[in-house]
Design a protein around this ligand. Structure first.
Ligand code: PHE
Length: 355
């Protein structure tokens, strides 16, 4: 019996096994020796060429070789698996001493905050919030508010026109006209309408071609100027502090009659005169008046039966006054160094001293 071939196969196998590093090449190696066409299987097949005497010893030798290979492959497999596990454990180790990831948490924009404060106040008085359209028709922005096409007061609000009949609303007052019309001339109305408005202005520290307004409208039977005054007085105290007073000055808006400008006593100098109030002791905060009979009539309300008041204010200006912001453009350029000053602390309190 020639066993030299067997020892050569075993030596070859042992040498190859040393170079194996992963499960796949180990499997390939096993197939090369023990597979159907493998070398050891080939040896088995040769049995049939042997005499009966030679066969048992030969068979035993081949079996030993097969067992050697089997055992060596299994041992190697265990080694490879252990190494892979080790590798994984190492790579998945959590280093609890590493600093955590910080999340950059945003903060509420000062204008959103002022709008929410104002909304909260009016919701408490039973008002509803209504929103209109930033792209409006000439009809709702002007005509339904008693501003026919040739009315000179249109010049008060320089307008971005999209076409002859379509424009960017110059104020939130068109929401008045839309809501009144929708209520069909019968129901009482008590709404505030916050939103963006647009005017053709050259931007500077106090002007922006885009800004926000909050409109207020109350319509019912027996609504008087005193209701307007009382509402705005409460509003001034709530938003600017309990000792604030208001003063009404005669003014003109085509959609209100009489019309007023409303001032509050300066919260900075308490009326003595300072840079915020330009030494007058008073700060102008909104326009208002009793809704013009023409506006009521156009929306289907009978002015002999219904009356009401309307006001319009600028949250931008309120934010600037309240937080001492000197340039309106800060509110629209979204510089994080500016906005981050309005971050809330973790307990929800404010980081900026409120007035
Ligand atoms: N719409 C007016 C403006 O933008 C403000 C206003 C609203 C005045 C309602 C009176 C009543 O200037």
């Amino acid at each position: 019996m020639d066993t030299s071939q067997m020892s050569r196969i075993q030596d070859d196998f042992d040498a190859s096994l040393k170079t194996v590093e992963d499960a796949r090449s180990l499997q390939d190696l096993k197939v090369r020796y023990l597979g159907k066409k493998g070398e050891v299987t080939g040896l088995m097949k040769e049995m049939r060429n042997l005499s009966n005497e030679e066969r048992p010893a030969y068979g035993q030798k081949v079996n030993e070789l097969r067992q050697h290979i089997d055992a060596a492959v299994e041992e190697k497999r265990a080694e490879i698996e252990a190494a892979a596990l080790e590798e994984r454990l190492k790579s998945e180790t959590i280093d609890v001493t590493l600093p955590g990831r910080t999340f950059n948490i945003g903060s509420q924009h000062p204008i959103s905050r002022i709008i929410e404060d104002i909304e909260d106040f009016f919701l408490g008085l039973g008002y509803e919030i209504q929103e209109g359209y930033e792209v409006e028709t000439d009809y709702y922005n002007f005509e339904a508010l008693n501003l026919p096409k040739s009315h000179p007061a249109r010049d008060m609000q320089d307008t971005f026109y999209i076409s002859e009949e379509i424009l960017l609303r110059t104020h939130t007052s068109p929401v008045q006209a839309r809501v009144l019309e929708a209520r069909g001339g019968k129901e009482a109305v008590k709404i505030i309408c916050p939103g963006k408005v647009y005017r053709r202005d050259s931007d500077d520290a106090t002007h922006s071609h885009q800004f926000t307004q909050i409109e207020g409208l109350v319509i019912d039977k027996n609504i008087h100027m005193s209701d307007l005054k009382g509402t705005l007085e409460l509003f001034a105290k709530e938003i600017f502090g309990g000792e604030r007073e208001i003063r009404l000055r005669p003014s003109f808006f085509p959609f209100t009659e009489p019309s007023v400008e409303v001032d509050i006593s300066c919260f900075k100098c308490k009326g003595a005169g300072c840079s915020v109030c330009k030494k007058s002791g008073w700060i102008e905060i909104l326009g208002a008046g009793m809704v013009h009979p023409n506006v009521l009539r156009m929306a289907g309300y009978d002015p002999d039966e219904y009356s009401g008041f309307a006001f319009g204010m600028g949250p931008d200006r309120v934010a600037m006054l309240k937080y001492g912001i000197e340039d309106i453009r800060h509110l629209y350029t979204n510089d994080l160094r500016f906005i981050n000053q309005f971050k809330q602390t973790e307990d929800g309190g404010e980081t900026l001293e409120s007035l």
